[in-house]
Design a protein around this ligand. Structure first.
Ligand code: MG
Length: 158
């Protein structure tokens, strides 16, 4: 059996926060505002794998009403969510992601992000791809006040 999953997330970008994508910190002068560390890509990927397995979503598993998740490392949350997915008999076939932000350019960081996500999801880095997109100056992404991430994954079970 195979199942597809979709994840999306958007965070406001503000000064004084770290800019994290898939657990990799990128120098940007601003970073994601969030109850956790704000890693928008880790959140989108978490929702994609949980959704494909029919196991809920990031807000249900790690509610912001619970102080345990304050400033949480989102890659720890992703690993924890994916362990539920694995324990239900699923493995990841592949993951494809888009990160939409005006700057900085993501290309220099892309492979590090792919390796980081691949490690958390028990796959080879070839099974994970991440592309950077801009907002063409339009909307909150284009104005540089937000970063958005989209993720699609395929899970397989024998
Ligand atoms: Mg989020």
């Amino acid at each position: 059996m195979i199942r597809v999953g979709l994840g999306q997330d958007l965070h406001r970008l503000v000064k004084g926060r770290r800019f994290l994508l898939g657990g990799i910190e990128i120098p940007a002068g601003r970073g994601e505002l969030g109850y956790s560390d704000g890693d928008v890509l880790a959140h989108a990927v978490t929702d994609a794998v949980l959704g494909a397995a029919g196991l809920g979503d990031i807000g249900a598993l790690f509610p912001s009403s619970d102080a345990a998740w304050r400033d949480a490392d989102s890659m720890v949350l992703l690993r924890s969510a994916f362990s539920l997915v694995k324990n239900s008999g699923w493995r990841l076939v592949n993951l494809d992601c888009a990160v939409c932000c005006e700057k900085p350019k993501l290309l220099p960081y892309r492979d590090n992000i792919r390796y980081s996500l691949a490690q958390a999801l028990d796959v080879s880095p070839d099974a994970v791809f991440v592309k950077g997109k801009t907002g063409e100056g339009l909307g909150p992404v284009g104005e540089g006040t937000a970063v958005e991430a989209l993720a699609v994954c395929l899970l397989e079970k024998e």
